[in-house]
Design a protein around this ligand. Structure first.
Ligand code: PMP
Length: 412
C-alpha cells in the first residue's frame, strides 16, 4: 500500500548520518548544535531532576501545569490573545509529535494536504500514514542567478497556490522559517495563504520550530496572528530548537481549544504524557525568557546573533571552493548550489543516483565532509529538477567550523 511503501523507503537522515559516522567526517549534516546549551538551561534541568519526588512521577497528560501556563502567557503576549493553558496547549515529544498529532487528528482518508516544496520529509509521510493525499506546491527559485542568492528569492506563485485548493483540501502545512531553505515568509505571503485558507475553509498547520532563529533583520510573523486564522491554525514549536537542547525532545501545539482537543485525544491515547523533569525545566527556561523578552540578555536574541556569524563564516569558506550559498533568512540550515562544481564523481556504485546524492557521498569519502542532499526534500516528480543543491547545518562550534575551513583550504 502507499502507506507501507512510504514507511519502508528509508530515511535520508539515517542513511547519510550513518555514512558520515562510518567515514569519521567533519559533519555538517547533523541538524543539531554540537555545542552545549547555555548554563541556565542545564541548571534548570539539574534543579528539576534534584527536586521533590513529584518530579519523577507522572504529570498532567496534555502538559505539565507550569509549562502550559507559561507557554500560554508567552505566546498570548506575542499573539495579543488570551490563550487558555488547559484547552489551547498540548505538550509533545518534540515538534515532531505535535505534527503527528495534528495530522493524525485532523486528516481523514482522502483529504488533501497542501505541502510546500522543499519540505521537511515527515509532512509527507505523516499525511500518507493518516490516509491523506499530499498535494505539492513549489517555492520556486529565481530564473536569473545573481551573485548573491537568498532564500527570500524563492517564492510561491499565487495562482499556482490558489489552484491547489480544491473541495477536498483539508489543511495546508507551512514551515516558517522553512527547513531546508531557510525562507522566512513575508507578511504579504502569509496574508495570501491566510486568505486562501479562509476562502476554502482550510486548516493551517504552522511548523514554527525555528521561530527565534532569523537573520539580517528578517522578522518572523505568526500566521495565527492574522484575522480569522487563530480559529483554524495549529502553531507548532520546538523546545529543543528554542534552547539548543534538541535531545530534550519537547515541543508543543498551540491553537483554539475546539481543534486542540482532537490533538490531545491522539496524544493521550498514544504517548500519554511527556517526561516530567524536562517539562519542568522548559517551563523555567520560558519563564526566564518571558522576563527578559526583547532585552540583550534574552537567549532568543543572543542565539540568532551567534548563528548569523556562523552562517556568514560558513558561507564565505564554502564559496571559496565554488559552492554557492543560498543565504537563509532563518533556521539551522543553508542550502548550496553545486551546479558550478566541476568534479569527477567517478564512483560506479552511485552512478544511478541523483547528482546531489552522488556529490554528498563523494564529499564524505574524498573530502571528509558530511552534508545532506536536497533532492530528498522534494516530491518524486520534482526531485530530478533539484539535483543541484546540498544542505549544511551551521549551528556548529567554532572548532568544527575551523575544521571545515581547513578542509576547504586544502581543496581550493
Ligand atoms: N520541524 C522542522 C522543520 C524540523 O527541522 C525539525 C527537526 N529537524 C522538526 C520539526 C522536529 O523538531 P523536534 O526535534 O522538536 O521534534
Amino acid at each position: 500500500t502507499p502507506r507501507t511503501k512510504e514507511l519502508t523507503k528509508g530515511n535520508i537522515w539515517l542513511e547519510f548520518t550513518q555514512l558520515a559516522a562510518e567515514n569519521k567526517v567533519v559533519n555538517l549534516g547533523d541538524g543539531f548544535p554540537d555545542f552545549p546549551p547555555p548554563s541556565f538551561v542545564k541548571e534548570a534541568l539539574c534543579t528539576a531532576v534534584s527536586g521533590g519526588s513529584g518530579m519523577h512521577q507522572y504529570t498532567r497528560i496534555p502538559g505539565h501545569r507550569p509549562l502550559v501556563k507559561i507557554l500560554a502567557k508567552f505566546f498570548g503576549r506575542i499573539l495579543g490573545l488570551e490563550i487558555d493553558p488547559m484547552q489551547d496547549v498540548l505538550i509533545t515529544v518534540g515538534a515532531s509529535e505535535a505534527l503527528f498529532c495534528a495530522v493524525q487528528a485532523l486528516i481523514a482518508k482522502g483529504d488533501e494536504v497542501i505541502i510546500m516544496e522543499p519540505f521537511n520529509n515527515c509532512y509527507k509521510s505523516m499525511t500518507v500514514m493518516a490516509g491523506g493525499k499530499p498535494v505539492y506546491v513549489p517555492l520556486k527559485p529565481p530564473n536569473v542567478k545573481g551573485p548573491l542568492l537568498s532564500s527570500a528569492d524563492w517564492v510561491l506563485c499565487p495562482e499556482e497556490l490558489a489552484r491547489k485548493f480544491t473541495s477536498n483540501t483539508k489543511a495546508i502545512i507551512i514551515n516558517n522559517p522553512n527547513n531546508p531553505l531557510g525562507k522566512v515568509f513575508h507578511r504579504e505571503e502569509l496574508q495570501m495563504i491566510a486568505d486562501l485558507c479562509i476562502k476554502h475553509d482550510v486548516l493551517c498547520i504552522s511548523d514554527e520550530s525555528y521561530e527565534w532563529l532569523t537573520y539580517d533583520g528578517a522578522q518572523h510573523i505568526k500566521i495565527a496572528s492574522f484575522p480569522g486564522m487563530w480559529e483554524r491554525t495549529v502553531t507548532i514549536g520546538s523546545g529543543g530548537k528554542s534552547f539548543s537542547a534538541t535531545g530534550w525532545k519537547l515541543g508543543w501545539a498551540i491553537g483554539a481549544g475546539h481543534i486542540l482537543k482532537h490533538l490531545q485525544n491522539i496524544h493521550q491515547n498514544s504517548i500519554y504524557h511527556c517526561p516530567t523533569p524536562t517539562q519542568e525545566a522548559l517551563a523555567v527556561c520560558f519563564q526566564r525568557e518571558y522576563n527578559m523578552f526583547g532585552t540583550e540578555e534574552s537567549y532568543f536574541r543572543q542565539l540568532p546573533k551567534q548563528l548569523q556569524t556562523k552562517r556568514q563564516r560558513l558561507a564565505n569558506c564554502m564559496s571559496s571552493v565554488g559552492l554557492q550559498p543560498i543565504m537563509p533568512e532563518g533556521g539551522y540550515f543553508m542550502m548550496m548550489d553545486i551546479s558550478n562544481m566541476k568534479v569527477d564523481l567517478y564512483d560506479p556504485d552511485t552512478k544511478d543516483e541523483l547528482h546531489d546524492c552522488r556529490f554528498v557521498k563523494w564529499l564524505i569519502k574524498e573530502k571528509g565532509l558530511g552534508t545532506i542532499p536536497v533532492s530528498e526534500f522534494f516530491s518524486l516528480e520534482q526531485r530530478a529538477h533539484f539535483q543541484n543543491y546540498i544542505s549544511v547545518c551551521f549551528v556548529k562550534d567554532d572548532s568544527t567550523l575551523d575544521a571545515v575551513e581547513d578542509i576547504l583550504k586544502q581543496w581550493s
